[in-house]
Design a protein around this ligand. Structure first.
Ligand code: GLV
Ligand code: GLV
Length: 322
């Protein structure tokens, strides 16, 4: 029987599907394996279900030649060197679609929280300091009718844009290619990043992280934004220069930010979490029961397709290996 290793406990549905076809080992601890432990643990397995915190690179492919598939339990795959995997004949899958709505929903949650002081107001109440309705308390930024900027109009960015329709927002977006369907459906306007930045009241980041999006938003870009602007990032931390963002928030170059991801997770830039004008979640974008279950099934199906059925699944990122 072929063997599959899962690097963290995940939703049962996927594990149960895998158990029908494979001998399955689930790393039981509520922590990530170190890089060294990871290589030792997966040695001799045919397939590995990885978390976005597992680094999979040339050294991995060299050290563990038995592994023919890495199924990443995430849509983002910047933790995996996919080109190198292809050179070694190793297939890589991710979990597109399964988490689109959950991540777009969290981005809206952060946008609301960062514009309406929801977290600060909650803290005040829980600390017993609610002394009555305050005519000037916790004033925030209205959302309806404002200008929304989106960087990256893939699945998540497009879902996020569609959700904005209920708020009657003017949508601007930047993406590697134009999305005519999205434009028709939402009136979204395709725009150069530097033209978009000074216009928008909200900026939501939904692009993948790679060399071309590293520090896409830095000091220069933040300086172009309105002082009332709100920045939301549920994609990958290093798309923003976190030090520059810290300074911009501290000096009120922009109004606030809602973040779910950080440049050096789980580290966060010193002082960032001490600021009042930032809401900091802990990389929970895909974290709904529905989404994580769908992710577990999609990852499991990919492993079954490739290792058992000799089929190339749609979510394979390097179909050229077959
Ligand atoms: C989460 O960050 C993912 O890429 O799925
Ligand atoms: C990015 O992976 C997206 O789905 O938008």
């Amino acid at each position: 029987m072929k063997k599959v290793y899962i690097t963290r406990p995940i939703m049962e549905a996927g594990i149960n599907l895998l158990k029908k076809y494979f001998e399955v080992t689930v790393q039981p601890e509520e922590r990530d394996l170190t890089d060294e432990e990871f290589l030792t643990a997966i040695s001799g397995y045919d397939g590995v279900l990885t978390m976005l915190t597992n680094k999979v690179d040339e050294n991995t492919f060299k050290s563990t030649p038995s592994v023919k598939v890495f199924a990443n339990y995430a849509v983002g795959f910047n933790n995996i060197d996919v080109d190198m995997a292809s050179d070694y004949g190793v297939a890589i899958t991710n979990t597109p679609n399964a988490l689109t709505m959950a991540t777009a929903e969290l981005a809206w949650g952060l946008l609301f929280a960062a514009s309406r002081h929801i977290v600060d107001s909650d803290r005040l109440t829980k600390e017993g300091n609610f002394i009555g309705w305050d005519p000037l308390g916790f004033l925030g930024q209205s959302i309806s009718g404002k200008k929304l900027g989106i960087i990256g109009a893939g699945r998540i960015g497009s879902a996020f844009a569609r959700m904005a329709k209920g708020f009657n927002m003017e949508i601007h977006y930047n993406s590697p290619s134009r999305k005519k369907d999205l434009e028709q459906e939402t009136g979204a306007i395709y725009e150069d990043l530097f033209k978009m930045l000074p216009k928008v009241d909200f900026l939501a980041i939904h692009c993948p992280y790679n060399l071309s999006t590293h520090h896409l938003i830095g000091e220069r870009e933040l300086a172009l934004m309105k002082p009332s602007a709100i920045l939301v990032n549920t994609a990958r931390g290093a798309i923003i220069d976190e030090e520059a963002l810290y300074t911009a928030l501290k000096e009120k170059v922009i109004y606030s930010a809602g973040l779910d991801v950080y440049e050096n997770e789980p580290e966060i830039y010193p002082g960032l979490t001490k600021l009042d004008n930032v809401v900091t979640c802990s990389h929970i974008g895909s974290g709904t029961y529905e989404s994580r279950e769908a992710m577990s099934l999609l990852a499991a199906k990919g492993l079954v397709d490739i290792l058992i059925n000799n089929k190339i699944p749609d979510n394979c990122l390097n179909k050229e290996v077959f």
